[in-house]
Write a protein that binds this ligand. Structure first.
Ligand code: ADP
Ligand code: GLC
Length: 500
């Protein structure tokens, strides 16, 4: 080992730990393809890890939008038969990231989202599609391609889970495997009949392996066969080890003991920077909070709301699903209106919620506005112009919109769950007295719970000095990837140490 450095030396010339090579495996990477926060994480973490001496190459499916972004990619491997078709691994740089695309036209050259067809139905061969991703990851990890064997394989969510099983089946010396849970609700469970086609050894199909109530579970494969498990907040790490929050996998997680840790996500503070954001009406910083008014007016116009600076404007940017508690927002709408508030919702997802918000907007002209679909532009304007951003999730592994809100001086109003509880300091009496509050937390996620939170928020908003203090506190928080990346780096280095 290198000799210890004197303290002064350490501070000026950073200690050079050996470089670690990570193969990240994920089905979404921002800005190449995104359906949720997973993409934000896999798109931003490599850059932050680079500052820690960790080099990341990211393996992902070669969806059309990914291949288009890799015109000069090199072929690093070919498979003559990858679950029913030929495939290649293409490596190149896209959006500043070292990307390895699994070019398997029989699986990925399709319209629609990464998981659903045009009618919103799961592709019938999703098991094979993401098994192929895992198989390719295992081939890279085993040194069977033209790239250097990684030190660490970092698997993200169920889509990457089977890689852990394939690597385990190969035995032999292999890189350490870290599996990160972004959302335990999506488990990748498939009919047992798929087992043979997936080339998983049949003796893996047990309770101690990847069998889950008679199904093949990609998520469970990751949980059982990875060396370490992380999830995206300490709070969620606790919740998923309880029967209430474990989605049937709490026993598996408890059995892993200290191998499970929570590391709170960050956000890309270059993409989300209110001082330089070209997608908002008027850039601003903590010292120029008054300019938020320009963004608020722009947001109100955009959503057909009355342009009124005295109405507290509550914004939502969300997938429209049960997880996100959007049905409770509809129930509590009378409370929001009674408090003098306005609501602007940007969302995409289930038709029942989309229809209900459309109807709510039609029934409350100038007070409720809704935009359906996915729109980066409007998401940024929402953060810059809303007075408060509401995240009333029933469960939330981390949540990124409240982190963006903190950075943009939009006060987050969040349910007391998972990463929401970990990232917002509730404006309770103690926090207000100390001047450290950054937002509002509430529980339970019911009309009554949310109604009270909205009243409390409107009350706080009318106390302008207190509100400004909360905005500035939030904006002063470090929500970047710097601290989380250091934690991942330490975990990776510890794993590398174990394997040598
Ligand atoms: P989840 O991944 O569970 O949907 P997160 O809060 O982790 O929730 O991440 C959601 C990400 O997607 C954030 O970056 C958010 O800004 C973005 N987002 C969600 N819905 C929309 C939408 N309709 N338009 C634009 N961005 C959206
Ligand atoms: C999942 C979770 C969300 C988290 C994101 C990124 O989509 O639902 O809470 O922020 O992954 O880790």
């Amino acid at each position: 080992p290198p000799p210890p450095l004197a303290e002064g030396t350490f501070k000026t010339s950073r200690f050079k730990a050996p470089r670690v090579n990570v193969l990240a495996v994920a089905s979404e990477v921002f800005p190449l393809v995104k359906t949720g926060g997973l993409a934000d994480v896999t798109g931003a973490l490599p850059g932050a890890l680079a500052a820690e001496g960790i080099a990341t190459a990211t393996l992902m499916p070669g969806y059309p939008s990914v291949l288009v972004a890799l015109p000069d990619a090199a072929v690093i491997a070919e498979f003559s038969d990858l679950f029913g078709g030929s495939a290649r691994l293409l490596r190149g740089t896209a959006a500043g990231l070292d990307i390895i695309a699994l070019d398997a036209p029989h699986f990925f050259a399709r319209p629609g989202t990464p998981y659903l067809d045009r009618h919103g139905v799961d592709w019938p061969d999703n098991a094979e599609r993401f098994a192929a991703l895992g198989w390719a990851a295992a081939a890279i990890a085993a040194g069977e391609t033209a790239m250097t064997t990684p030190d660490i394989v970092h698997l993200h969510d169920w889509q990457a889970g089977l890689a852990a099983a394939y690597l385990h089946a190969r035995g032999a010396v292999r890189p350490r495997v870290v599996f990160t849970i972004h959302n335990l609700a999506f488990q990748g469970n498939f009919a047992a009949e798929k087992l043979g086609a997936l080339r998983v050894p049949s003796y893996f199909f047990t309770v101690a392996g990847l069998e889950f109530y008679g199904a093949v579970s990609f998520m469970k494969a990751g949980l059982v066969y990875a060396d370490r498990i992380t999830t995206v907040s300490p709070g969620y790490a606790d919740e998923i080890r309880t029967p209430e929050g474990g989605m049937g996998l709490d026993g598996v997680l408890r059995a892993r003991g200290g191998d499970v840790v929570g590391i709170l996500n960050g956000i890309d503070t270059d993409v989300w920077n209110p001082e330089t954001d070209a997608l908002i009406a008027a850039p601003f910083g903590a010292a120029r909070l008054g300019r938020r008014g320009v963004n608020k007016a722009a947001l109100q116009r955009r959503f057909g709301l009355a342009v009124d600076e005295d109405a507290p404007l509550i914004g939502i940017v969300s997938r429209l699903t049960w997880q996100k508690g959007v049905d409770v927002v509809l129930e509590a709408l009378p409370d929001l209106l009674a408090a003098g508030g306005q609501l602007a919702l940007l969302g995409s997802g289930e038709a029942q919620f989309a229809d209900a918000f459309t109807a709510a907007a039609a029934g409350n002209p100038g007070r409720v506005g809704c935009m359906l679909g996915y729109d980066e532009h409007v998401a940024h304007l929402m953060q810059a112009g809303a007075d408060a951003v509401l995240v009333p999730s029933r469960f939330e592994p981390c949540g990124l919109t409240q982190l963006c809100a903190l950075r943009y001086g939009a006060v987050p109003v969040v349910s007391h769950v998972g990463g929401l509880a970990d990232s917002v300091i509730d404006a309770n009496e103690a926090a207000l007295a100390r001047g450290v509050a950054t937002g509002v937390q509430f529980t339970p996620v019911t009309r009554a719970g949310l109604g009270r939170a909205i009243q409390r928020t409107a009350h706080l908003w009318r106390d302008r000095p207190a509100w400004k203090r909360m905005q500035r506190n939030g904006m002063a928080m470090d929500v970047s990837w710097r601290a989380p990346a250091a934690k991942y780096a330490a975990l990776f280095r510890a794993c590398v140490g174990e394997s040598r």
